[in-house]
Design a protein around this ligand. Sequence first.
Ligand SMILES: N[C@@H](CCC(=O)N[C@@H](CS)C(=O)NCC(=O)O)C(=O)O
Length: 198
Amino acid sequence: MRLYQYHPSGNCYKIRLLLNQLGILYEKVEIDILRRESRTPEFLRINPNGRIPVLEVNGRYLPESNAALYYLAQGTRFFPQDRFAQAQVLQWMFFEQYSHEPYIATIRFWVAFQRSAQKNADEIRRRMPLGYAALDVMERHLSQNLYFVDNRYSIADITLFAYTHVAEEGGFQLSRYPHLQAWIRRVQQQPGHISIEN
Ligand SMILES: N[C@@H](CCC(=O)N[C@@H](CS)C(=O)NCC(=O)O)C(=O)O
């Protein structure tokens, strides 16, 4: 397998984390999105949507981080067997893509990587409360549950962990979320856990 990725991206980290926990060896190909390397004609042949991560499996390309997690996790301890629980995992993964990542990940990218916070100040002001709304939903769930589905660590947790644990890099305050912080520590204690730097 081969992972086309930009190392600081949480979407790419999700896949590295699961690959490590599954003990799967793979090759990394670094795509510098700050230099728009994901928009070159060569890369657009790999992903017409011009974005990383892309997981290459036996010569076939799989864009979308959560699709890659689903592909890798099926039949393993990271994805439940029960049909309803499977759908709940997808529920949280769609929540992450629609209600969490566009606010928490995008603000982090502008603030910490593109250094365009000033240029995007209006958008940051608009998106910040929406990011906090997602964190509120997570905090409420985690006040009664150890993990997102069935009280067991799964790809729902990997998906949500990726950008939540680095949300402060974009200016979000996690100190007001005690249950979220305890869940972050539980995720970090899972066997085979690696940090986003790795
Ligand atoms: N929904 C996609 C989002 C992919 C995405 O937005 N990737 C960003 C980096 S995290 C990217 O490639 N940006 C470069 C660009 O848009 O040119 C996923 O989960 O993989």
